[in-house]
Design a protein around this ligand. Structure first.
Ligand code: AMP
Ligand code: MG
Length: 339
């Protein structure tokens, strides 16, 4: 028997709620990009009508991006590209930006995160109930997953392999989070957050001047917390083996693939969380670090100073990057922090 299980929230959002009189936070949620998008805005100095208008605009921004990059939306640029033999001319800024950013991430991570895995993710079909491919099927799909067959320039997205398919699952929500914050900082809303699946965007400055506190889900128990991040504004993205998976013949297969094997990554990590000031990058890197495993991930951090911070969760043990060692992360439950 196979079961597909979906985690709706990878992150616990810890913010003060309630109090007397008017709730200090405006909250709203909608479904998009295969997940729940949650908005929480400070009401300070902003009218209810303006808060509502901002939430409506956020919904429109996400719908616009999903319409451009989704693999399933009928007329998306991604669908058009995947059906083409050599690529497409496109004037869609979101599509071109997501493709460029994911190619940069693929290059930087030596393909640990890659937009070219469409054939592989389609074959395993984790979101549709799951399928365990044969070696021959795996080899055939993997033969069409090389990101180096992709390029983008002057409004043309090209591929040299007609059978290659794009999948922006590892980066699209982070890109959307970044575009939402770009808009929200122009609205007069003092501070707040947006959450899309495993991505949280934190903007503005809280009135008490304190850091945002984000609880990370315990991969071994989705109702529990493995630890707490304390970070300034920016983006937190989490990739975990507990988010989407199916089971077949007693084996669990999750949704993050190691491009080197074509199989669910088995790096020893159960989750990787990344904080960065760049939302698109945070999403791309959480997937890449999960695939790399702790040692490669820490070496990657050393080679990219100032770009991000990360929390790497393995069985019972958590490692964090140097920027989080001084109060940036606090382990919880049965987890200990490895220095
Ligand atoms: P995330 O939750 O951000 O780690 O993204 C996982 C999603 O990205 C999966 O559901 C797939 O659609 C896709 N994906 C899986 N493995 C990779 C990978 N190594 N690189 C890029 N995309 C991937
Ligand atoms: Mg990701």
């Amino acid at each position: 028997m196979r079961r597909a299980l979906f985690g709706l929230l990878a992150l616990f959002l810890l913010l003060p709620l309630g109090g007397c009189g008017r709730d200090p936070l405006y909250e709203s949620a909608f479904l998009a990009m295969d997940t729940v998008v949650q908005l929480r805005f400070s009401r300070e100095g902003v009218s209810d009508a303006d808060l509502k208008a901002a939430a409506a605009e956020c919904e429109a921004i996400v719908a616009r991006i999903e319409g451009a990059i989704s693999r399933t939306a009928a007329s998306s640029e991604t669908v058009r590209f995947n059906a083409s033999a050599g690529g497409i001319a496109s004037s869609d800024e979101d599509f071109l930006a997501v493709l460029s950013a994911s190619l940069r991430a693929a290059e930087e991570t030596e393909g640990a995160v890659s937009p070219a895995l469409g054939r592989l993710t389609e074959l395993w079909n984790v979101s549709g109930g799951g399928y365990v491919p044969t070696e021959a099927e795996l080899a055939e799909a993997r033969a069409h997953c090389d990101w180096r067959a992709l390029s983008v320039a002057d409004g043309f997205a090209a591929k040299t392999d007609a059978a290659l398919c794009l999948d922006f699952g590892a980066i699209g929500k982070g890109y959307a989070a970044a575009r939402l914050i770009e808009y929200l900082v122009t609205t007069g809303i003092r501070w707040g957050l947006v959450s899309l699946g495993g991505n949280v965007a934190l903007f503005g400055e809280k009135p008490d001047g304190r850091a945002f506190r984000v609880g990370l889900t315990d991969p071994a128990d989705k109702a529990a917390v493995a630890g707490y991040l304390s970070v300034p504004d920016g983006f937190v993205s989490v990739s975990g083996d507990y988010e989407r998976y199916f089971e077949a013949d007693g084996v669990r297969y999750h949704h993050i693939f190691d491009p080197a094997t074509g199989r669910p990554a088995a790096s020893g990590l159960h989750a990787a969380a990344v904080w960065s000031r760049d939302g698109t990058l945070a999403d791309a890197l959480s997937t890449a670090l999960f695939v790399m495993g702790a040692e490669r991930a820490l070496a990657f951090y050393d080679a990219h100073p100032g770009l991000f911070e990360a929390v790497l969760i393995a069985d019972g043990a958590i490692r964090v990057t140097p920027g989080l060692t001084e109060g940036g992360f606090e382990a919880a439950g049965a987890y200990s922090l490895i220095p």
